[in-house]
Design a protein around this ligand. Structure first.
Ligand code: AMP
Ligand code: GLY
Length: 423
């Protein structure tokens, strides 16, 4: 089987690394990929939203399956594009169709879905610019802090949490009236603030059956102790120690099962990953958000723990035969630590050579923002590369990731030294 992976981050390098181990895979392509994927597959320099170019590649390279990494092409309907094209109809696509991708593409859609299926989540109301006065009045009825969410995709920046009522009113006004997040904030969800610890649960579904993948917890803020600006993710661990059997039974019964059943009964076609962002309030799980893809850097700890052939698992997703798959999970803990360019998530430089990679033996290195330049691996993004290690517990695993990072260097390298600090 020839597989094309769409995307260019650590998530896609991890998929590539795992699929490259499968005897079922003949040729692997990644579009556009990075220096890490180039070592395992053929990179193709096209954008993930350039559907015509993707079609050209799929036909000319004899691709059988397309694995979609990021949310953008899914929300833009890449799966539907394949189904609607007679030449592409039989190509398998891992990722939901557009209608279902709305679970990530629209917060309001996700909220209504949860409401319809009695899935626990924060209470909310949503407002458009015409309803601004109602929105401001609603804020006055709520206790702080105030959670405001742009309805649409806003590159992970669309959620604003404020403790001051006046600031919250200004923010709501700016989101709706001044289109602070562009079209994404033409509708804003205002919701109840939930207090607890966050974790993520990943589910792979074929639309009928599902498998629960290992749990993970990521660290989104740039600064130690979860301070400073939000990033794409600075590190992750799997499994999450506090997600014990009792808690996971609740997640299963109250969230995972009704989610997969809800997709089916609502007629939302889904063959792919469901990433459920949860918060544990007391001992009860609540959904913070759905994503219609794997997380990054969560993939870098979840996928290495999957022992089963991933190509076989994806094939079962495509064939609606996931119930026949016996998913084996490595019991060990995995951690990943992301090295980033100095300055990220604000302005940063690119093009710095990365030294010392050949000295790393105890960790898997998953490239995020890298490229090859004259045979050297150079930085090409804010998040540069993730160092994943295994251990009997997450602290053992982390120690290995940190030791590996000490062996490498690039100009202005930065990383968080406190991943797992709150566990
Ligand atoms: P999201 O983009 O939906 O993941 O939201 C970004 C972050 O905002 C989450 O990871 C949470 O830390 C926080 N957050 C979102 N919704 C809530 C909520 N209702 N209560 C508390 N924190 C929240
Ligand atoms: N690490 C969070 C995400 O992938 O959305």
């Amino acid at each position: 089987m020839n597989i094309l992976i769409l995307g260019s981050g650590g998530r896609e390098h991890t998929f590539t690394w795992k699929l490259a181990q499968s005897p079922k895979v003949s040729q692997l392509f990644v579009a556009p990929g990075n220096a890490g994927t180039a070592a395992l597959a053929k990179n193709i320099p096209i954008g993930v939203n350039d559907f015509e170019a993707i079609k050209e590649v799929v036909l000319s390279k004899g691709i059988h399956m397309v694995v979609v990494g990021p949310e953008d092409p899914l929300v833009n309907g890449v799966h539907d594009f394949f189904l609607n094209d007679p030449e592409l109809r039989d190509i398998q696509v891992i990722g939901p169709q557009k209608l279902a991708a709305n679970l990530e593409g629209s917060k309001e859609f996700a909220k209504q879905f949860m409401h319809r299926h009695n899935i626990p989540t924060a209470a909310y109301q949503s407002f458009t610019v015409e309803q601004l006065e109602n929105g401001l009045a609603f804020l006055e009825t709520m206790p702080p802090p105030y959670v405001l969410k742009a309805d649409g995709l806003a590159a992970g920046k669309g959620v604003v949490i404020l403790s001051d009522l006046e600031k919250a009113k200004q923010e709501l006004t700016s989101m709706l009236k001044e289109a602070k997040f562009g079209a994404a904030s033409s509708r804003v969800v205002v919701e109840e603030f939930l207090t607890g610890i966050e974790l993520s649960v990943f589910v792979l579904t074929d639309g009928k059956n599902f498998k629960v993948l290992p749990t993970a917890k990521d660290y989104k803020r740039i600064g130690e102790g979860d301070t400073g600006l939000n990033t794409g993710g600075m590190g992750a661990i799997s499994p999450v120690p506090f997600a014990n059997k009792d808690f996971m039974d609740k997640v299963h019964a109250r969230i995972i099962k009704p989610t997969v059943e809800g997709l089916r009964t609502d007629g939302l076609p889904y063959k792919g990953f469901i990433f459920i962002g949860l918060i544990k309030v007391g001992n009860d799980p609540y959904v913070i958000e759905y994503n219609v893809r794997m997380g990054d850097p969560e993939t870098e700890v979840v996928v290495p723990r999957i022992e089963t052939d991933l190509a076989e698992v994806f094939q079962a997703v495509a064939d609606q035969a996931l119930d026949k798959v016996d998913l084996q999970i490595d019991e060990r803990s995995a951690t990943t630590v992301m090295t980033v360019s100095g300055g990220y998530p604000e302005a940063y430089e690119k093009g710095h050579t990365i030294f010392g990679l050949e000295d790393v033996f105890d960790s898997l290195i998953f490239h995020a923002g890298t490229k090859l330049e004259n045979g050297n691996v150079v930085t090409n993004g804010g998040r540069v590369m993730a160092f994943t290690s295994f251990g009997t517990n997450f602290r053992d695993a982390l120690a290995k990731s940190y030791k590996s990072i000490e062996k490498i260097d690039f100009d202005k390298m930065n990383y968080r030294k406190d991943i797992g600090f709150d566990l």
